[in-house]
Design a protein around this ligand. Sequence first.
Ligand code: G6P
Ligand code: MG
Length: 216
Amino acid sequence: SIAACLFDLDGVIVDTAKFHYNAWRQLANDLGFDLTHAQNELLKGISRMESLEIILALGGVKLSEEEKLQRATEKNIRYLALCMQMTPADTLPGVRAFLDELKHHGIRIGLGSASKNAKVIMERIDMLSYFDTIVDGNRTTKGKPDPQVFLMGAADLAASPAQCVVFEDAVAGIQSAKAAGMLAVGIGEKAILTQADIVIPGFSDFHFQDMEAAFA
Ligand code: G6P
Ligand code: MG
């Protein structure tokens, strides 16, 4: 039976994915090229510096290591400025109610995010108190699709991987969950999240009983 649920942050708990896109797109524009929506999809779940490498390759731009760090810092400042406009009302629809249901049923709750900004964003939307553990980009050494982030979360929560359900909006995140031997719920579109066990558009119409039924 299910003992723990592990949640990605960006695009699952809160819609910061649009802010990441905005800030990356500005960086690309500054370097003289554009970043499409489809290209941005490849960046979901991918760490800051890895994302930068992918974007530079897409634009055919080469930078020194020093300039890479400077551009990444600029991107993060822009991203955080956008995030600071958020309030608890920006938590995605149904998320709080679903987490309340999990708590009510004694399910342990963890965060598994590649972001180094996870804590600051969780504070901003007043979600920190729901989580029994937080695994973020400051703790991991291997990014998604490596299973490390979710295996650390499961270990923190004393749950075996087979007892864990992961909620993810990124292709790399679903791959990470499956590589960890966990059940994976995709948040988004079936056509994109092909490796997820089930895909839902969001939490508005998804309840504890639906999760139990899906994985019975
Ligand atoms: C999440 C997002 C990515 C982002 C990564 C690192 O996985 O989906 O788009 O690049 O976190 O975020 P950070 O806040 O550390 O730059
Ligand atoms: Mg995400």
